[in-house]
Design a protein around this ligand. Structure first.
Ligand code: PEP
Length: 258
């Protein structure tokens, strides 16, 4: 299976400038030693660190830099927001859309997220689009239908032409930042479900090519087993991406399981 393998680190609102630049520089240096094209390493530092991180990462093909969010409009009176075209002009490759923290803390609905998805993809950005169920939904046994519903309201409304630039991240909300990860079996079940939904709605070809990442308390202790699952193509890592050794160990596990 030649699907892209990805390990992405979402730093969220962490690190000050000094620590952030040190971590970026260490990860860029570590990534430069990875076998070329074995895995895509993407870091998502806070907005103020993006410009310097991109300049530093430019010379290393094994690592890219992304933004944690964007607005859907190209420009205008949106104080504090950043547009996809602005990110593109900075040579940003990736943007995260639909993270559960944006959905829950900033009330971003599926219809609003669809606008962002369309805008970012039309601008030529690659998107990691997050979906996932709450603990309540999982305990009621409605997680599979919930994910279908989220996809129907967002990804399934996209033009198939933009899909090569889309990556899906399955991030169960109950696993994010809690230390309680989905088991490898739970992740595989959901990733297989997502891929089957992509087959049913789009095509087998699109489903086979689309990377589906797992996110939710990924640590080196569990990443090896997660990556041994056939439909888990990589990870979106929060907490463990703030630590050089933990993050690079997860990257190493992804490479070993290729
Ligand atoms: C995330 O925020 O996307 C995430 C998965 O966080 P953590 O790894 O800390 O659970």
């Amino acid at each position: 299976m030649n699907r892209r393998k990805i390990v992405a680190g979402n730093w969220k609102m962490n690190k000050d400038l000094f620590d952030g630049m040190r971590l970026a520089s260490e990860l860029i240096s570590d990534s430069s030693k990875l076998p070329s094209k074995s895995v895509e390493v993407i870091i998502f530092p806070p907005f103020p660190f993006l410009h310097t991180s991109i300049s530093m990462a430019k010379r290393v093909e094994q690592i890219t830099v992304g933004a944690q969010n964007c607005h859907h409009e190209r420009s205008g009176a949106f104080t504090g927001e950043v547009s996809p075209s602005l990110l593109k002009s900075m040579e940003i490759d990736y943007v995260i859309i639909g993270h559960s923290e944006r959905r829950t803390l900033f009330n971003e609905s599926d219809s609003f997220l669809l606008k962002k998805l369309i805008s970012a993809l039309n601008c030529g950005l690659k998107v990691i689009f997050c979906i996932g169920e709450s603990l309540d939904i999982r305990e009621k046994g409605h997680h599979l239908s919930h994910i279908k519903d989220q996809l129907e309201k967002t990804v399934f409304k996209l033009d198939p032409e933009v899909l090569p630039n889309l990556v899906i991240a399955y991030e169960p909300i109950w696993a994010i930042g809690t230390g309680v990860n989905a088991t490898a079996d739970q992740a595989q079940e959901m990733h297989h479900h997502i891929r089957q939904l992509l087959v049913d709605h789009f095509s087998e070809g699109i489903a086979i090519e689309m990377p589906v990442l797992y996110g939710g308390s990924v640590k080196p202790a569990i990443s090896k087993e997660l990556f041994s699952q056939p439909d888990v193509d990589g990870a979106l890592v929060g907490g463990a991406s703030l630590d050089r050794d933990s993050f690079m160990e997860i990257v190493a596990h992804r490479i070993k399981n290729n």
